[in-house]
Write a new protein. Sequence first.
Length: 241
Amino acid sequence: MFNRSLWVVEDKKVQEKLVKYANNTRVFPEGSFIYQQEDDRKYMYFLTDGRIRVSVASHDGTEKTLAIHEPGSFFGETAFFDRFPSFTCAQALKQSTVLCFGNDEITLLMKEQPDVIYHMFDSLGRKIRLLAFQVEYLSFMNIEERIVALLVTLFDSFSSECGKLPSTSKNKCNSIGVCPNGHCLKLTITDQEIGEMIGARREAVTKAITNLKKQNLINKQKRMLCCPDLSALNQFLTRSI
């Protein structure tokens, strides 16, 4: 699957087990909220269909996207485990189907399906890592450096060689002629979503990405990103630092 978020559980057997153990299944229309900021929650969630945005808002209404979840993603773990009110909200970007897990279901999974719990904490660990990188972006880097730092992180963890993508893939890299040894990011992401993740306006992100393309550091068609040379991308960040 080449259209995924950062924390997708791709093991179909794990997904099938989650369906069996869920407390209930809910369908959320586009634009509706699965939970709101400051809510007390008794559930954590697993997305089986649709798209969910997790974000945090300040008192003046400023919003920052923390994650975009696609099918196969856990979300809502933090408030479930620490028992404090949620510091984020989760909104359906299109009609979404969600599995709900309460304390009884998670306890049973821990006893009977420890492999599923491993996937859950692997997902949580990746989120913590990305949030740590976001703090670094906002504290020490300009916009172009933030974008490159984010892309380096994503390419390191979620890319495939352009030449090895299935020829039938909708996201087949169109730049294979100019980057036969390049790497393609195995997720879809817009300039707006990048901006929300690094704390920058979409227009500034688009301008910075155009500049990176001129330097042949990345190639981008619509929501598809590839990198002709990962070492060059890393060197750009090293020079900047």
